[in-house]
Design a protein around this ligand. Structure first.
Ligand code: BG6
Ligand code: MG
Length: 215
């Protein structure tokens, strides 16, 4: 019996990867090297600091921890300048509808994201009210594949992990869901999300019947 749905944000509810990409690309340019879209694939689902480590590795740059803090802050300023311009119609197809359907059916909803900008994004997309609980990068210390973000979500909802379904587009996120003892719906490439219980292209392909059929 499914009692709660927990959603990753980036790549599940909204396509913020393009904004992360242009923000990292801008930072790379400031540092004097190019950053490609292929390189950007390596950053999906990865925390801000771990993403910076990958970017610096690509640019062959070695710096002090203090300088890294400054660059991470600089990238976030670029990113925030993009996401604060987002419009409500940028919600991915079917996401708003599925969230509403869950709540109508008495299924609790939570966000489980690594992003420290999750609240800003939910507000821009006018989605804040559709989540009973929001757990984001400001509440967690361990990155996915650690299950912390989803376990905190289930705990706040007072739902046993066995009755939760997670929606994720990243391999590390699917692993986090399974490590939490939850079911997982993978969104995206079947070859990457092999461990998910069900794989779909997007929330537009999801409905309550499919949710309750997840084994
Ligand atoms: C994840 C994204 O959801 O959040 C990553 O997939 C991002 O690309 C991470 O680096 C952290 O986001 P933020 O907004 O705190 O820099
Ligand atoms: Mg994601």
């Amino acid at each position: 019996m499914i009692k709660a749905c927990l959603f990753d944000l980036d790549g599940v509810i909204v396509d913020t990867a393009k904004y992360h990409y242009i923000a990292w690309k801008k930072l790379a340019k400031e540092l004097g090297f190019d950053f490609s879209e292929t390189d950007n694939e390596r950053l999906k689902g990865v925390s801000r600091m771990a993403s910076l480590d990958i970017l610096l590795e690509i640019g062959g740059i070695s710096i002090t921890p203090a300088e890294k803090e400054r660059l991470a802050h600089q990238k976030n300023e670029h990113y925030v300048s993009f996401i604060t311009q987002m419009q409500a119609d940028e919600v991915l197809p079917g996401a708003r509808e599925f969230l509403k359907a869950c709540r109508k059916a008495g299924i609790a909803t939570a966000l489980g994201s690594a992003s420290k900008n999750a609240m800003t994004i939910l507000e821009r997309l006018e989605l804040t009210d559709l989540f009973d609980v929001v757990v984001d990068g400001t509440h967690t210390t361990k990155a996915k594949p650690d299950p912390e973000v989803f376990l905190k979500g289930a705990e706040a909802l007072k739902v046993n992990p066995a009755h939760c379904v997670v929606f994720e587009d990243a391999e590390a996120g699917v692993e986090a869901a399974l490590a939490a003892g939850m079911k997982c719906v993978g969104i995206g490439h079947p070859e990457i999300l092999t461990k998910a219980h069900l794989i779909i292209d997007g929330l537009h392909q999801m409905d309550l019947q499919k949710l309750n059929n997840i084994q």
